[in-house]
Design a protein around this ligand. Structure first.
Ligand code: SF4
Length: 399
């Protein structure tokens, strides 16, 4: 290399160092024998978790941009690559549950969505219960707790947090329900369900103690508002499930109460969590590294409880095992479990040599089970908005 070539290389290295050593200098990339992709075994280690019999291997994600610099491969995260590769594919959706694939994303981001879904998407839940009469066997505090856990079908976007109004109840932050049930004497035991919670659009009807004074003798209720005047409700607020059992009343027993629902998040209390659960798993990849034929094929199919394998006829009365439905793999590892060495029929590594169980590191099968208060697709878009707001806050703080 000429001295001017040396100088340009040196200046490029200097520039690279000033950039914190990130990226790979072009002069390396332009060398003829420098590969632009990783060798297969490293690519597999980078993109797959190997689920071995004893423990998973290569579970980490390689983030450092210069991790493969010695091989001439740039490992930096590029926004244009992300745009190109990121995909969301909805596989199954109902009013309460959604399964979708999130492809081309880092596990940390997938986990951020999971945590936001559980703890940060707001809902409405019963927070205060004013009990006028409770002669049932269920204690007041247990009854209140049970009521708090009933998902309320009301759009939280139409409401404000109680703290925004300084803790004062108004039509924008409180939904009032009334429950008055009695089991008459001589009647069989009565099951009290959530359908007995009736919305009070005009707010509380119970007289709050200590609100009378000489100056103002008129008794006051817990709230003074009229929600019917708000045109925004598409339907009346109500419990999402109408058959949640709240208590059982014997003859002569009675419950009379008012339940006030407010907006909150799961981080404060699990009753505000909009999901029963939100979880993900990496896409399973099951690879037959050798042909598995005839009796072995039959044995492999019978080993798998999730019906991942199938038999294919290869002619002349012979058959071989094929992977039919890798997505169904639960990673029970039965297919690679060997017969014990000491056991009759033990044959060393018969299966670990033939079956490779892996997980794709950037492909997540995400499941959202909503409590029903908010549809699962809306929940996910809300989680995206919350994460976006957080990112914007960080950028603002840093700039
Ligand atoms: S790990 Fe279990 S579920 Fe998965 S392919 Fe093997 S036997 Fe089937």
């Amino acid at each position: 290399m000429s001295s001017s070539g040396d100088e340009s290389m040196a200046s490029e290295i200097d520039e690279q160092e000033q950039n914190g050593g990130r990226g790979i200098p072009d002069y390396i990339m332009n060398l003829e024998d420098v590969p632009s992709t990783l060798p297969t075994h490293l690519e597999l280690q980078k993109t797959r978790v190997f689920c071995n019999l004893d423990a998973p291997q290569h579970t980490d994600t390689i983030q450092y941009s210069g991790a493969y610099a010695a091989l001439g491969v740039d490992n930096s995260v590029r926004l244009d690559n992300f745009y190109q590769n990121f995909k969301v594919e909805v596989k199954r959706i109902t009013d309460e549950e959604m399964e979708f694939d999130m492809i081309g994303i880092d596990p940390a981001v997938a986990n951020a969505f999971r945590r936001i879904l559980i703890a940060e998407v707001p809902t409405m839940a019963i927070e205060r219960v004013y009990i006028a009469n409770n002669t049932s066997l269920v204690q007041d505090e247990v009854l209140s707790h049970r009521l708090g856990l009933i998902p309320i079908d009301a759009d939280p976007k139409l409401f404000e947090y109680p703290d925004d109004a300084g803790g004062e109840n108004n039509e924008k932050n409180t939904i009032v329900f009334k429950q008055h049930v009695r089991c008459e004497k001589g009647q069989p035991r009565l099951t009290v369900k959530s359908d007995t919670l009736k919305w009070l659009p005009n707010g509380s009807e119970l007289i709050a103690e200590g609100t009378k004074s000489a100056a103002d003798p008129a008794p006051k209720t817990f709230t003074t508002f009229n929600q019917k005047s708000l045109p925004k409700f598409s339907k009346d607020p109500a419990p999402y499930n109408l058959d949640v059992i709240v208590a059982k009343l014997g003859p002569g027993q009675e419950i009379e109460l008012e339940a006030h629902a407010v907006k909150g998040i799961g981080k404060t209390h699990a009753k505000w969590s909009p999901v029963a659960t939100a979880w993900y798993r990496m896409l399973p990849e099951v690879v037959l590294t050798k042909d598995v034929k005839d009796e072995l094929a039959e044995e492999l199919v019978s080993k798998c409880p999730a019906k991942v394998f199938d038999i294919e006829d290869i002619g002349r009365g012979r058959k071989k095992a094929v992977v039919k439905n890798a997505r169904a793999c639960t990673l029970c590892r039965e297919c690679i479990r060997e017969a014990d060495e000491g056991e009759e029929g033990g044959e060393g590594e018969k299966w670990t040599d033939r079956v490779s169980l892996r997980r794709v590191k950037d492909h997540f099968i995400f499941t959202i089970e909503s409590t029903g208060a908010i549809p699962p697709d809306v929940l996910f878009t809300e989680a995206v908005k919350i994460l976006e707001d957080k990112c914007e806050r960080v950028i603002t703080e840093l700039s």
